[in-house]
Design a protein around this ligand. Structure first.
Ligand SMILES: Cc1cc2nc3c(=O)[nH]c(=O)nc-3n(C[C@H](O)[C@H](O)[C@H](O)COP(=O)(O)OP(=O)(O)OC[C@H]3O[C@@H](n4cnc5c(N)ncnc54)[C@H](O)[C@@H]3O)c2cc1C
Length: 439
């Protein structure tokens, strides 16, 4: 392929094209390095060109060029994905949509945005109107809306709203097809499902409609427990309270809190932490519940307070892994659904001792409060990691393998047939992020 000619043609059409090898390398990576398995598999995978689009017509120009020349195209938002989602396995063009940053409309209960809008910026603007997003990943300050919808799943708010897959949480998507004459599909409700968490393999999202929820005054807290069972029981009990509204409940089992260096003055060896964001309006009931559960509130803050240094959500979800790896880079992680079975966790803790450290998020799955684990694992080698995952499965837990870049091998199992059919319709030449839907 004559990449200089392709670059020249796109530049002539007013697009910004990056050819510099260092820049291309940087814009061909994400946070897959949390997995030593993925790191080895993705080594050296790099775009031949990176193209920035500021508008839908610019994105269409790139699609036309790719289809005409049969060039693989991988979309990129902020590049914070964990599974190499925006790493171009077959090279080609990385299409960076982060410049598409227009908030098209913001009204009570609903936001319509371009894909490059940062979730943090949207949240801030929604809050000024008394509303907030239902779900936010812990990377919300840097991640884009398009990247979250295409590569993420849930985060803060999961205890109330589940995941992006739950009907209602993504209202509508405008998607461009990968054809010589790209179609502009408006997919509402169920029709948008094949694109959600689709890693950009089945259409390029140019507009997103998300629901908003009324904003509450929140308070952040850490409740410390001397044993893991009590911490889990408290977290589950809190999640089930009808009169105490929470939007984040996690369990950070000993010794995980030791990795949180900016919280080290609160750390006591042997402590298991429950980290929560609860409604300020329910604070008294929350403190009484914590006391009755024999938990000690060791940290609390108003997240809106000026000059605050701690952002509690940035210790949770995959930020736990990020912070732990900053101290011990030999750590990796798993993604496990324990559903409601605490015994599985206690059995695994006994079996693997200090080889596994339990980080658990409470999330709503089909109306039930569930335990979703992101355990930290001391990485020895791939075989041992497989053994550990098998041990989880043998006990009845479901693994959403974070050590694979293909959707079929990871969290969406089995891949619905409708998704494969949709893929053939919108990307008949299989040019969109090839290798990511199935191996
Ligand atoms: C420390 C850390 C914590 C994290 N915590 C969470 C969490 O709490 N919850 C969670 O769900 N995830 C989490 N993640 C993963 C990731 O940060 C989020 O999913 C984030 O929302 C991805 O957004 P992004 O803009 O970085 O997307 P990118 O990484 O740029 O892209 C993600 C995928 O979406 C595709 N894509 C991007 N834009 C488009 C588009 N417009 N059209 C079609 N496809 C597109 C890309 O091709 C890629 O496959 C975490 C990651 C890290 C490193």
């Amino acid at each position: 392929m004559d990449w200089s000619a392709i670059a020249a043609s796109l530049t002539t059409q007013g697009l910004e094209v990056i050819q510099d090898p260092q820049q291309r390398k940087k814009l061909s990576t994400d946070y897959a390095h949390f997995s030593p398995i993925l790191m080895a598999q993705l080594e050296g995978k790099q775009a031949d060109l990176v193209v920035l689009a500021r508008s839908e017509p610019e994105a269409i120009a790139v699609i036309r060029c790719c289809v005409a020349n049969q060039i693989p195209l991988t979309v990129r938002g902020a590049g914070t994905g964990n599974y190499g989602q925006c790493v171009p396995l077959e090279g080609g063009i990385v299409l960076d949509l982060s410049p598409m940053q227009r908030i098209i409309s913001l009204e009570p209960g609903r936001a319509v945005v371009e894909p490059g809008v940062k979730l943090g910026k949207l949240e801030q603007q929604a809050k000024q109107m008394g509303w907030e997003l239902r779900l936010l990943p812990s990377t919300y300050q840097t991640a884009t809306v398009g990247g979250f919808v295409s590569g993420g799943s849930t985060g803060m708010g999961a205890v109330n709203y589940g995941t992006l897959f739950d009907p209602g949480n993504v209202q509508s998507l405008t998607v461009l097809t990968m054809e010589a004459e790209p179609q502009r599909l408006i997919l509402s409700g169920e029709a948008a499902q094949p694109v959600i968490h689709g890693y950009g393999t089945n259409g390029i999202i140019t507009e997103i409609t998300l629901p908003l929820t009324p904003a509450l005054p929140w308070r952040e807290a850490i409740v410390s427990f001397t044993n893991l069972s009590s911490a889990i029981a408290f977290a589950q009990n809190l999640a089930h309270q009808d009169g105490i509204v929470s939007k984040e409940i996690s369990i950070q089992a000993d010794p995980i809190p030791q990795y949180f260096s900016s919280l080290k003055s609160y750390y006591q060896p042997g402590a298991h932490w429950v980290m929560v964001i609860v409604s300020e309006l329910d604070w008294l009931a929350f403190t009484q519940l914590a006391k009755a559960s024999k938990g000690e509130i060791i940290f609390e803050q108003d997240p809106q307070s000026p000059g605050k240094k701690i952002n509690l959500i940035e210790f949770n979800w995959n930020h736990t892994t990020l912070l732990a790896r900053a101290v011990d880079p030999s750590l990796t992680y798993l993604q496990v659904f324990f559903y409601r079975d605490v015994e599985q966790i206690l059995a695994l803790a006994k079996l693997f001792k200090d080889e596994i450290m339990f980080h658990i998020e409470i999330m709503r799955i089909q109306g039930q409060m569930c335990l979703a684990g992101f355990p930290l694992v001391k990485f020895i080698n791939g075989d041992r990691l497989e053994e550990i995952m098998a041990a989880h499965q043998n006990l009845g837990a479901r693994i959403a393998n974070p050590h694979t870049y293909s959707l079929a091998g990871g969290s969406v199992q089995p891949l619905p047939e409708s998704q494969l059919i949709f893929k053939r319709q919108v990307d008949p030449l299989n040019l969109l992020n090839p290798g990511k839907l199935t191996d």
